[in-house]
Ligand binder design. Structure first.
Ligand SMILES: Cc1cc2nc3c(=O)[nH]c(=O)nc-3n(C[C@H](O)[C@H](O)[C@H](O)COP(=O)(O)OP(=O)(O)OC[C@H]3O[C@@H](n4cnc5c(N)ncnc54)[C@H](O)[C@@H]3O)c2cc1C
Length: 496
């Protein structure tokens, strides 16, 4: 039995508390923010003060990997979430329109389910569920200000607890650090003389979200061939069906598009952009929908991996970072909450089998790397490509080279069309997307799939035309003209 102190009651801290409950430990969760209001999910959305979670009111979707972890390990929590209005978006609901008429469910499709709700709802229900566990205690309105730790002869931090702003010292056997994106844990270790190597890469986008509700007596629009999420090059968009008649729309804009970014903060401009996109317009029909929020903005988005071991040696003992404080990613992929939950369950398993602090730290970090690193690397690579493309979009006269043209054609006319025309390829792709399989193995390590994609590509646009989506949205010039924005404002003339 261990006395475990969990720092932070966001998705990571709650996942840790829930995973470690019932394991014979004594778990204390400490958070800087007040407890959730003892009110409805709507009141929580409107009123819950969460200064510690800047992204609380941005669109969140919870991928199949997280859904599966909850379903298999905590069925009572899943029942609570569904009872509160969280929705299961099944694989069948996402099958590309050209494949819908011939789609026949297969065993395993039930695992490809997205859990969909406002983030406040997911967090509220997880929080109430965690608080009901007999061995979990919450301490709220308590800011953690430092670690109680010393450096041992091997140069490692040996952690024994934390200091609160009130001056109180809370000691325990293990500290689980889940204090999120702005986490100071690495600085505290540095003060002790323990340096954590960090890898960082830009996400290259700014995020904008607005919330809406379907009016009483009205229904969500029927699915059509126009996609509810896509990338227009200068603008990415997505609609997130939520709980209890709510939904949100997120627009993500390359950082270089400063004029557009400024304009989108205006609710009127936000809605006009959405109405110009065929897959979003029906959601915003006036008789169907009412807005429920301002436009929320989040910038300074980047990926970061903190290396907690070096040359086979952990930097810290009895200290387990998880969630954004350890691995931070571009929200566009919707993987952050799943990462945090995966880490929490790895920690549970490691604590079951390993007793020695060094063995525990090594086993934890090895398993986290093995499970999560392939997705992290894949996302960073995609982000760097997207940043380049956004820059080219703004560079007058830019002409892509042969390789760039080939990659673009292979992606747009090969991969994207192949997964819209073959259910087996779509299923394999989605398993990677949802982290139920390696992100790219379905294509790069599966010769049959690769051959199929190449064959579909080789058939050519005319043969494949029924698999292309309809026009996804306006071009940049068209949208800027419609909004009265100066389209030349952010052009890149300096080629340096
Ligand atoms: C705009 C945006 C959209 C996103 N969309 C998605 C999505 O669709 N799907 C998805 O899976 N992920 C998404 N993510 C990522 C996801 O929000 C995070 O990965 C997830 O919240 C990480 O959980 P966490 O517990 O590490 O941090 P958080 O959930 O941020 O929680 C950190 C907690 O620590 C507490 N805390 C901080 N400092 C202190 C302190 N000094 N003392 C005490 N308590 C403290 C805070 O109050 C908070 O409760 C998104 C992120 C952003 C920025």
């Amino acid at each position: 039995m261990s006395r475990i102190i969990v720092l932070g009651a966001g998705i990571g801290g709650l996942s840790a508390a829930i995973a470690l409950a019932g394991e014979g430990h004594e778990v204390t969760v400490i958070d800087r923010d007040p407890p959730p209001p003892d009110l409805s999910t709507d009141a929580a959305f409107e009123e819950w003060q969460r200064r510690g979670v800047g992204q609380l009111r941005h669109s969140h979707a919870f991928l199949a990997r997280l859904y599966q972890l909850i379903r298999e390990n905590h069925p009572a929590l899943l029942a609570d979430l569904l009872e509160a209005g969280c929705r299961e978006l099944k694989f069948a609901d996402t099958v590309p329109m050209p494949l819908v008429p011939s789609y026949v469910p297969e065993k395993g499709d039930e695992h490809l389910t997205i859990l969909s709700s406002r983030r406040t709802t997911l967090e509220l229900i997880m929080r109430r569920y965690a608080a009901r566990q007999p061995d979990v205690t919450f301490r709220t309105d308590e800011v953690v200000e430092g670690l109680i730790a010393e450096k041992n002869a091997d140069g490692q931090a040996v952690v024994h607890g934390v200091t609160l702003r009130s001056g109180e010292k809370v000691t325990g056997d293990l500290v689980v650090d889940a204090m999120g994106r702005l986490n100071p844990g690495a600085d505290w270790l540095k003060e002790l003389g323990v340096h954590i190597r960090e890898e960082e890469a830009p996400a290259g986008i700014v995020y904008f979200t607005r919330h809406y509700r379907i009016k009483q007596g009205m229904r969500e629009p029927e699915r059509t061939a126009a996609p509810g999420a896509a990338d227009l090059g200068f603008l990415k968009f997505g609609v997130f069906p939520g709980d209890n008649g709510c939904f949100s729309i997120t627009l993500a804009v390359p950082e270089a598009e400063r004029t557009l970014s400024k304009a989108i903060l205006d609710t009127d401009v936000f809605d006009r952009i959405c109405r110009s996109i065929p897959g979003l317009a029906p959601w915003l029909e006036e008789e169907r929908t009412e807005p429920r929020s301002k436009v929320f903005l989040m910038g300074n988005l980047f990926s970061r991996w903190r290396h907690m071991t070096e040359a086979g040696k952990p930097h810290a003992l009895n200290y387990f970072p998880l969630g954004d404080c350890h691995i931070r990613t571009n929200p566009l992929y919707g993987r952050g909450c799943s990462f945090a939950a995966i880490q929490a369950h790895i920690l549970r398993d490691v604590l079951r089998t390993e007793k020695d602090p060094t063995a525990r730290a090594l086993a934890y970090h090895a398993a986290v790397s093995e499970e999560i690193r392939p997705y992290y690397d894949n996302m960073v690579k995609q982000d760097l490509g997207a940043i380049k493309r956004a820059r080219h979009e703004l560079t007058p006269g830019y002409k892509p080279g042969f390789k760039a043209r080939l990659v673009k054609r292979f992606t747009e006319d090969g991969i994207n069309i192949a997964i819209r025309s073959d259910i087996h390829l779509y299923r394999a792709f989605m398993q990677g997307f949802h982290m139920l399989a390696h992100p790219t193995a379905w294509l790069l390590e599966n010769k049959k799939n690769l051959a199929k994609v190449l064959w579909i590509w080789a058939r050519g646009r005319r043969w494949n035309r029924k698999y292309y989506p309809p026009r996804t949205g306006p071009g940049r010039t068209e949208l800027f003209n419609a909004l009265g924005l100066p389209k030349d404002a952010d052009l890149i003339t300096d080629q340096a």
